[in-house]
Every structure is written in C-alpha cells, then in structure tokens.
Design a protein around this ligand. Structure first.
Ligand code: NAP
Length: 351
C-alpha cells in the first residue's frame, strides 16, 4: 500500500516532536511536511528543533525544511496532525480543514464544539457520525476537524468508559499530579518547580471537569450532547518529567465490588483492538495490584505509553470507589492519541 502523506503542524514543539518520533516509521502514514512558526520556518528540521527525546530524529526527517503557516496552501498531505499552541491553532486548523485536509488536533480550541468529535477510539468512535454535519455547517468540502482530549483527563476517562460498559458513573472527584512536559517547552521555570508542587495550571481544571462528559456523552441529532454527571477537579504541576498521575474517587449508580470492576478493566478491549489499529495497545487499561503502583518512573512506558495504568482500586468511604490512574501525557495523552484517531479515521474510510 502506498503510504498516506501527512503534515505535522507545530512540528518543533513537545507534542510535535512526539509526532515526528511516532510517525517516523509508521506503517500507513508518511511524514511529508512540517510546519511551525516563522522562528523555525525555512530551516532544516534538525536546526529548527530543540530535540528533547531520547531517540535520534528519524534520518529522513532531519533535513526536511520547516514550512511557515503562510504556505498552508502548498501542503499536499491528506492529514494535518496538529501540535500547535492553542493561541494560534484555531485559525490555522480551520484553514487546513477548508483546504481539504483531515485535521487531527491536540489543541483545545475546537474540543468542546458540539459538531467536533472529541475522540478516545475505545470509547466514543460513534461520535464521528457528526462529521458530515460539521462539514456542511462550516463549509468544508473534504476536510474536517477531529480532536483528542486534554492530557490530564484522557486516562481516567478511558477507564470511566470501560467501567461504563457495565455501570453508570454518577459523580467524581479528581486530583491530578501533572508532569512538566505537559506545559510544552521550556514550560515551567526550573526555579519554580524543582522541589516544589504548584497547585495551579491555567485553564486545566475546567477541562478536567468538562471534557470527560463530552467523551462519555451521546450523539443526538447532529450534535454531541455531554453526559451530565459532575466532576470536581484539583490540578497540580509536580517535578516529574513525563507522566500525569491522578487520584480519582467516583460514584456508581449500581452496587458492585472492587473485584468486579478490576476484572472488567483487565479484560476491556474495544474497536481499536478489534480493528488491530497499528498504534492500539493490546489492552487499553492495565491494572496493577501492588499498594505502591502505578508510578511514573516505573510504569509510564507499559504498552509503548498507549495504556492507562490503574492501581489502588478500592472502596471509597465518601464516594463508592477510588483509584490512582497514570498515563503518558505526550504519547496516549497527545501525539499517540491523535495517531490512533487518524488510524481509526483511515480504517473507517473517512480519509
Ligand atoms: P510547545 O512545546 O510550546 O509547542 C508549540 C508548537 O506550536 C511549536 O512547534 C511552535 O513552533 C508552534 N507555534 C507557536 N506559535 C506558532 C505560530 N504563530 N505559527 C505556527 N506555529 C506556531 O507546546 P506543546 O506542549 O507541544 O503543546 C502543543 C499543543 O498540544 C497545545 O495546544 C497543547 O495544549 C496541546 N497538548 C499538549 C500536551 C503535552 O503533554 N505537552 C498534551 C496534550 C495536548 P516554534 O517552535 O516555531 O515556535
């Protein structure tokens, strides 16, 4: 099969670098174009980027010249993966969709729009059914915008989705401990974060309190309607390089047991596994039984960073159950999630 040409918007950033790493050798997709700001445009990628990953820049990408956003019209890719800063993503992604590209975005700009699917492929692939309506409403002929969620709530929402195959979540209280790579580069100043915890991340608590309900919501008519259960979130930046950890207490409508939930999570598989999408983990949720797991340093790269790792699943004396959930914020929380979304779109014949 001839590979599908893809562009990476924001290719020099933290998420952009993950895209380059994960797509460097992809079986279906081939990086054809890299786009970033005027600061980077015109330079070969290896000169433009401040590469921070522990693998080399893929050989065939090193000398690809970064394009400016003023040249979007010259793109000949079918898919635009976006790792753009949200201050600029809105207009650039819109222009790409108008130009006919499938925009698969990490940015928050369109996530909560009722005609834009906010997808975790294991949970709500049916939300893609709003795309024809989105195209009609926004005047896109061939292009469209699909988003993945905020990296702090992706993992517990994936777990909630698995739980909701049998039970109904009624409320949740979430406290996150988020890695510094979640803030992009250079992110939080070292003098602020070393030996410290910062109990504030701009705009983040709102996203954690609203995006899960959209993912766990339903398509009604041509729009996505969010589920109605409440979430109370407290978010913290902690001195960890990669990996967002969250403690989560949740209520359920039905009576059940820790053992039943644990078995449900361990056996959970869904569409990406059935379709054998190349980036899909064999098991999207991994359950650890030890009292001191999961930990970012020990558990982050399980299943190539594409699974949510659950531990400390137990009865909660306030709500019904509680657990600790870990995930790789720049892989399943960002670039890996977008690539899985694009694989699903391709397999469903939407690209
Ligand atoms: P980042 O490291 O700051 O990278 C931002 C990228 O946007 C860079 O490639 C930058 O290019 C580009 N950019 C900035 N201004 C631009 C402009 N005017 N025109 C074109 N390109 C421009 O940020 P990040 O952490 O990778 O985050 C990228 C997006 O993903 C954000 O929307 C963020 O909210 C979201 N996200 C991040 C994570 C994470 O864990 N980091 C997880 C989920 C979602 P230059 O290098 O040329 O300036």
């Amino acid at each position: 099969m001839e590979k599908i040409k893809v562009a990476i918007l924001g290719a020099t950033g933290t998420v952009g670098q993950r895209f380059v790493q994960l797509l460097g050798n992809h079986v279906w997709f081939e990086i054809s174009e890299l786009v970033a700001s005027d600061r980077s445009a015109g330079k070969p990628y290896h000169e433009a980027v401040n590469w921070k990953l522990d693998t080399e820049i893929p050989q065939k990408i090193k000398n690809l010249v970064v394009k400016p956003t003023s040249e979007l019209k010259t793109l000949n890719s079918k898919i635009a993966f976006s790792g753009l800063d949200s201050t600029v993503a809105g207009e650039i992604e819109l222009e790409c969709a108008k130009l006919g590209l499938a925009v698969v975005s990490n940015a928050s700009n369109y996530r909560m729009e009722k005609d834009v699917p906010l997808i975790i492929p294991e949970i709500n692939s049916d939300h893609l059914s709003v795309l024809p309506f989105q195209q009609k409403k926004r005047g896109f002929k061939k292009g469209f915008i699909v988003t993945n969620s905020n990296c702090a709530m992706m993992f517990f929402t994936l777990v909630f989705g698995a739980i909701q195959t049998k039970f109904k979540i009624t409320k949740a209280i979430v406290t996150t401990m988020q890695a510094i790579s979640g803030a992009g580069y250079p992110g939080v100043a070292s003098m602020d974060i070393l030996g410290n915890v910062i109990p504030f991340i701009k705009g983040e608590a709102d996203k954690v309190e609203t995006e899960p309900q959209k993912i766990l919501g339903k398509v009604v008519g041509n729009e996505i309607v969010s589920a109605s259960f409440p979430i109370s979130a407290s978010v913290n930046r902690v001195p960890v390089f990669d990996g967002h950890l969250a403690t989560v207490s949740f209520g359920l409508e039905e009576k059940t047991s820790v053992a039943k939930i644990s078995t449900l999570l361990k056996n959970f598989v869904s569409l990406p596994q059935e379709l054998k999408l190349p980036t899909a983990p064999n098991f999207p949720v991994v359950v650890r039984e030890e009292a001191d797991r999961p930990q970012p340093r020990l558990d982050l790269n399980v299943n190539q960073g594409m699974s949510a790792i659950v531990g400390k699943l137990q009865i909660c004396p306030v709500l019904d159950f509680k657990m600790t959930v870990l995930g790789h914020n720049t892989i399943r929380g960002a670039a890996g999630a977008a690539i899985l979304n694009a694989e699903l779109l391709f397999k469903k014949g939407l690209i």
